[in-house]
Design a protein around this ligand. Structure first.
Ligand SMILES: *[C@@H]1O[C@H](CO)[C@@H](O)[C@H](O)[C@H]1NC(C)=O
Length: 527
């Protein structure tokens, strides 16, 4: 039924896929077109060799042969409605779906999702799925696949230290907004590019904790990290279609990663070298040792990375990619909701004002802003971070408790789009209900903990769920709330076009906020 509007002449999804989907233009159009045709042919060859996994669940779309390949392109253009409809079509049951690279088994039942998040890494691997999905060998580098020592650093040290670094977070947010909105004077509206601004503020604020001053404000360093974030996604789009044996040849043509790494080494090199010397002179600890990501990485890195500017730079770029891409999208989504439904502005502003009056700009204050938390969480419910979540690769034959046999090599994910828009999980799911979660939290003590933004559930998958849920989510939630609270206290906000939320951009299972839409800001008179 979803292939009904397919025709051989409908090449738009294919072509937009090859132009990396972001609508960003390239100078080297013709070489990209040649590379694009080459990649398309190579991917067809690869696809023909791909076997449908012998998993006994219904196939959504078309099974086998060229029609499945074409359906995979249909999915690139229409993933949102396909995932949403298939959720009900198969009675919230498991189905599989052909993609350009592979078939994926899509889980929809909450008990099966819980089960998969609890399965051992030897059975069902998050890291192996990520390495494949982001072709990490060519984007983040071999060491990132080999060791994930930065994950516990982000999950534990960064989260634990949040209260003590919160002043720095706040200071950087304030400076960043003031630098980026210089024309904002009282009584005058200025239009700011929302996503660009969000990326810049998130990059600076995160790096205040990662590398500290002055590097976190260095325009060259900011430009690098933001561009690298975008470049990685472009490289993934292109290279993932290329059969593995051809990647060493195609990668240098399409990947800017080596250039970005060299640029990163130039910027981070002097700071890292200086820190190596301090460790040399003082041992592992000394009074006044900087509390930042550089110290944490040097404390925990494996032997072959501990004193390597190159490897530490790659690690820092990867951490930045994870921090910037997700948080800036999330902030932009929420701000677009806020300007489209401005009746939310006053209640949230009043909450922020009264909490700050009592607690100052502190981490504790952030936890007391229930309305703001709820608003940001509702925005993530509707926009997700992606249309699917919980990507996993089956590492050895595995049978789900409902009897479904998953052979080694099967790719799995969970239907975030279906679950987040299921009436039985969220009444009136198509309506943006900014205080949905703060109302639920008001019901009891247990509910109040369960529906915080940073909490995950089998029906709330924006941060994933279980052991491999986003390790940076506590930092991210506080950063995002602090940014929004700061903006509300210091600026009046309105939409470019009254009552209109700029449209999301969908591409396969990815979604982004409109990359060019603006919001209007006006400096508020100081109370
Ligand atoms: C980074 O991206 C921006 C926007 O696409 C571009 O103007 C800038 O030149 C890029 N920086 C480098 C060093 O390539």
């Amino acid at each position: 039924m979803f292939t009904s509007n397919w025709s051989p002449l409908n090449l738009k999804p294919i072509l937009s896929d090859l132009s990396f989907g972001d609508g960003e233009s390239h100078g080297k159009i013709s070489s990209f077109a040649v590379a694009g045709i080459f990649v398309l042919l190579a991917s067809l060859v690869q696809y023909v060799r791909t076997k449908q996994p012998s998993v006994d669940v219904p196939v959504e779309g078309s099974s086998g042969g060229l029609s499945a390949y074409l359906y995979a392109y249909e999915f690139i253009g229409n993933a949102k409605s396909i995932l949403g409809d298939a959720y009900y079509k198969y009675g919230r049951g498991t189905f599989k779906i052909p993609g350009v690279e592979r078939y994926t088994v899509v889980l929809n039942r909450r008990d099966l999702i819980e089960e998969v998040t609890k399965a051992s890494d030897e059975k069902v691997s998050f890291n192996e799925a990520s390495a494949d999905l982001f072709i990490s060998k060519w984007t983040f580098g071999e060491n990132i696949i080999k060791s994930h020592y930065h994950i516990p650093i982000i999950r534990n040290r960064l989260t634990r230290l949040l209260p003590s670094v919160f002043d720095d977070v706040m200071d950087e947010i304030e400076h960043a907004f003031n630098d980026l909105i210089p024309a904002a004077v009282e009584n005058e509206w200025v239009a700011i590019p929302t996503l660009d601004t969000a990326r810049n503020v998130v990059c600076r604020t995160s790096n205040r904790i990662f590398v500290g001053l002055p590097l976190c404000r260095d325009p060259d360093y900011i430009d690098l990290n933001i561009n690298h974030t975008i470049d990685i996604m472009k490289t993934v789009f292109t290279l993932i279609r290329v059969p593995e044996i051809l990647r060493p040849i195609v990668s240098p043509l399409v990947s800017t990663a080596p250039r970005n790494i060299r640029r990163g080494m130039r910027l981070l090199g002097p700071i890292l070298e200086e820190r190596f010397r301090l460790y040399e002179d003082n041992g592992d600890d000394w009074p006044g040792k900087p509390v930042d990501m550089i110290s944490w990485l040097l404390d925990d890195a494996p032997e072959d990375e501990r004193r390597s500017v190159r490897e530490l730079t790659k690690r820092m770029l990867a951490i930045n990619w994870a921090a910037i891409h997700t948080s800036s999208n999330s902030f932009t989504h929420a701000l677009f909701h806020l300007v489209a439904e401005p009746e939310y502005i006053e209640p949230i502003r009043e909450e922020v004002e009264s909490v700050i009056k009592e607690n100052g700009w502190t981490k504790v204050a952030m936890t007391k802003m229930w309305k703001l938390d709820s608003f940001m969480k509702e925005s993530q419910r509707m926009n997700g971070i992606n249309l699917v979540s919980l990507n996993r690769k089956v590492m050895s034959d595995y049978t789900l408790s409902d009897g479904t046999f998953l052979p080694k090599g099967t790719f799995l994910n969970a239907n975030l789009r279906g679950l987040h828009f299921d009436e039985s999980n969220y009444p009136n799911p198509d309506k943006f209900d900014g205080f949905r979660f703060s109302r639920m939290r008001g019901e009891s003590l247990e509910e109040s903990a369960k529906h915080q933004m940073a909490n995950t559930a089998a029906d709330y998958l924006a941060f994933g769920h279980g052991r491999h849920a986003c390790p940076g989510r506590f930092f991210a939630v506080n950063e995002l709330k602090a940014m929004m609270a700061y903006l509300l206290m210091n600026y009046d906000i309105k939409a470019e076009v009254e009552g209109v939320r700029p449209e999301n951009v969908y591409h396969a299972t990815r979604l982004n906020p409109n990359p060019t839409a603006k919001v209007l800001l006006r400096k508020r008179a100081r109370a």
